[in-house]
Write a protein that binds this ligand. Structure first.
Ligand code: 4GX
Length: 228
């Protein structure tokens, strides 16, 4: 998969996407990730990316010209252009699975009050939000989505931590996990997990996952068929 990111702060992407599983996906060639500075697509002397809103009001907006130029340069036929915004569709595991099937994603990370409406309406296919809170810009949301999508790409997770295993408990919270020792300061691992009885273990885990979900996130049980 190819992912391009348009941002005013390319430096923010160094670090989170240079480690761990995302880095492995990049060095193995499964993910081709490129971060671009929106300022590089300006044409005026001062490299202006933002301006004041017509009609007045607080804050600044991303100007249309650099956005049009950048998207024209970076997007092609098979590109899905995504704007991060609190006004977007709420990102979910279902949307992550949808995006993982695309060949090319282009993320536009807005700052300030947002982007000129003509740029949004003409260039953006999909507006996504990672949650109902206000961040300083779209960089962290883009990284969150890139992380969630990358681990779903074929060949990124080994069998050990496979995402296929998640389908068994699809839409449920995780069951409790235990590792050695079997008795830690008198706190014992449930007997069934030591039994070697795989069917009983699977049954216990599913029950635990359902119980936890009902207790902590009953909304997930109600939306089980929509949200995924
Ligand atoms: N989930 N923000 C984007 C600027 C902005 C505003 C409107 C485009 C349109 C956020 C979130 C989020 C703050 C990122 C405002 N850009 N993005 N930024 N929550 O709060 O995605």
């Amino acid at each position: 998969m190819k992912i391009d990111v348009l941002t005013l702060f390319p430096g923010m992407f160094a670090g989170p996407l240079d480690e761990s599983i995302v880095q492995r996906a990049r060095s193995s060639g499964v993910l081709d990730l490129r971060v671009h500075n929106l300022r590089d697509y300006t044409e005026d002397r001062h490299k202006t990316v933002d301006d004041r809103p017509f009609g007045g009001g607080p804050g600044m907006l991303l100007k249309p010209e650099p956005l049009f130029k950048a998207v024209q340069a970076l997007a092609g036929q098979g590109t899905r252009v995504i704007l991060l915004s609190p006004a977007g569709r709420l990102f979910s595991q279902g949307i992550a699975r949808e995006l993982a099937r695309e060949e090319h994603l282009l993320f536009i990370c807005g700052s300030y009050e947002g982007v000129d409406e003509r740029a949004r309406a003409s260039l953006v296919h999909d507006e996504l939000s990672i949650g109902d809170y206000v961040l300083t810009n779209g960089n962290l949301p883009a990284m969150v989505i890139i992380d969630a999508v990358t681990r779903l790409l074929p060949g990124v997770l080994g069998d050990e931590s496979s995402s296929a295993d998640e389908s068994f408990s699809d839409g449920l919270l995780e069951y409790p996990h235990y590792t050695r020792p079997a008795d830690f300061q008198g706190m014992k691992v449930p007997e069934v997990l030591l039994s070697g009885h795989h069917e009983a273990i699977a049954k216990w885990r599913l029950e635990q996952a359902k119980r936890r979900t009902a207790e902590r996130r009953p909304d997930l049980l109600e939306n089980k068929n929509q949200a995924g």
